[in-house]
Design a protein around this ligand. Sequence first.
Ligand SMILES: Nc1ncnc2c1ncn2[C@@H]1O[C@H](COP(=O)(O)OP(=O)(O)OP(=O)(O)O)[C@@H](O)[C@H]1O
Length: 535
Amino acid sequence: MARRPLPRILSTGSAQIARSRELARTAADSATDVLHPLITITRGLRRLASAGRRRWAETPKDRRGPLLFLVASVVLVVALVPYGPLLAVISLMAAAAWHGRERKSPEPEEPDESQTQRLQSLYEALVPYFSAAEDPDPLYTHGGEWEKAFPAYDFDATGRITHLLVRYPAYFTDGEAESRARIEQLLHAKSGRGREYHFTWDEEGNELTVTVLAPLPTDIAAQRFVTAPGETVLGFTDPTQVQRTLPLGHGDGQRDVPPVVWRTGIRSTEPHLLVMGQPGSGTSTLLRSIALQALQYGDVVIVEGGGTGEYACLTGRDGVLAVECGLAGALASLEWAATETERRLIAVNHARQAGRPAPDDTKRPLWVLLDRPTAFTHLAAADGRKDPQSLLQVPLRHGRAANVTVVVADQFDSAEALSDPVRQHTRARVVLGPATAEQLEAVLGAPPHTTPVAQVPPGRGYARLGTGPVHRLQVPATPDPYDDATSEADRQAVLALLPERTTPADGETVPSDAVGSETVTSEAVTSEAVVAEAP
Ligand SMILES: Nc1ncnc2c1ncn2[C@@H]1O[C@H](COP(=O)(O)OP(=O)(O)OP(=O)(O)O)[C@@H](O)[C@H]1O
C-alpha cells in the first residue's frame, strides 16, 4: 500500500525541534559550568545557616543570652578592624564554598577478614536450623555463601556485630515460639554474650533483624517529670519502642529520654499495677518513685509488709494519709480505703442520676501502695485475722471509676500467696531484676523480644501495659533519703520532691489520726448517701 508522505512542515519541524533542544541543553550546561561556583557557595551558605539554626535550637535557653552577646561582640570587633568586613565576607564565602562542595556518599565498606570469618561461622551455625533435605535450592548449606543469607550487617570498633539482617527459608517455623527462641539463643551466644539483643521477626518477608541495644541510662535521678495529671513515669526505655520523649535534667544539662508512661484514672485501661522481682531488685524504689509522682495531684496510703522502714521519709507529709508497717495498722488503712472507694462510687452514682457532675471530693486521686503484702498474709493466718489482701477487692474492682489506684509490689517466691483479685485486676505489670524466661512470661503474659543480660543493675527490668508491647525499663534512681548509703546528690533530689510537713512533728500519730478522721468522714458520707437513697 502506498504511504502518504508526511506534511513537510512536520518532518523538517521535528529536526528543528531536536536541534533547538540540543542548543538549549548546551546553553544550560555552559551556564551550569559558569555558575558552578555560585551554586556551590549558595548551597554552602544554606548548609551553614541550617547548622546555625540547629545549634541555636540545641542551646539551652539560659545560655542563649551569653551566646548572643558573644556573637554581637565579634561582629562589632570585625566591623571596627580595618578591612574587617571585607575579610569577613571573604572568609564566609570560603567557608560556604567548602561546606557546599559535592560530597560523594561513602562506598559501603567490605568486611575485613575477621569480620568475614565471624559472618561465615554464624552462617554455618544456622545451617542445621534453616535447611531441609528436600529443599532443591537451599539458602543455607555447609560451605555455602553467607552473602545471600546476610544482606546487611554492621560491626562496632571491636569487630563485634551490632546489626544483622538474616534471611531464612519460608518453611522455617517462625510462628512457633520455641523455634524462634532457639535461633535467638544461638545468635546471642555466637554474636557475643554480655550485650542485649533485640530480635524483630518479619514473618511475611522471611527476615530476622538482630540489633544490639545500647544499655539504658542508669544515672537518671528522681525529678519532676513533664507529664499530665493521671500520667506516671515508670521508668525509661529504648527510643525504638516509644515515640514520645521527656526532657530530663541531667547534671547541668538537659537530655530527651523515651519514658514508659502509665495512665491511671477513669479512662485508663490498666488502672492497677503489679511489680515483681527478686529481693533487692528495686521494687521499693519504684514504689517510692510512684508515690512521689502521685503526691503531686493526690493522696497516698502506704502499706509496707517488709518492715524495713523504707518509706519513713513520707510519714506525715501532706497527702500521705498513712504509712503502715504493722498488721493492725495495715488492716485499718485498707479497710478505710475500701470504704472510701465505696463512698466515692455511691457519690458519683448519685450525682450521675441527678444529672450533676461528679462531686469534687471523688476526683482527687487516691493511691494505695502495698510493698510485700504477702508478708501480712502469713502473719494474719498465724494470728487468726483477716488477710489484708482481701480488703483490696473493692478498690481493685471499682477503683477506676472512683479514682483509686492500687499498686502491689512483691517477690517472686511469694507469687503464690498473691490473691486472685490482685492477679486479675493488675493489668499493668513490671518485672525488675534478674528473672527467668518463665518468670517473665508468667508476670508479663508475653516474652520480651530481647535477650536477658548477665549483670542486671538495680531498677532494670521490663514493663508491659495491658496487651501492649514489652518494654525494657530502667527506673529512675529514687533511693531512701534516710539510708546512709544514699549519695548526697540523690538524697537532695528525693528530699526536694517530698511535700511539706504541715502536720505536727509526731509523724507516726499524725497519719493514723488523719486516717481515723477520714474514716469517720467517709463513713458519715456513706451512711448519709445510703440514707438519702433509702426513701
Ligand atoms: N532505679 C534504681 N537506680 C539506682 N539504684 C537503685 C534503683 N533501684 C534500686 N536501687 C538500689 O538497689 C538497692 C535495693 O533497692 P530496693 O530497696 O528498692 O529493692 P527491693 O526490691 O525493694 O528490695 P528489698 O525488698 O529487699 O528492700 C538499693 O540500695 C537502691 O539504692
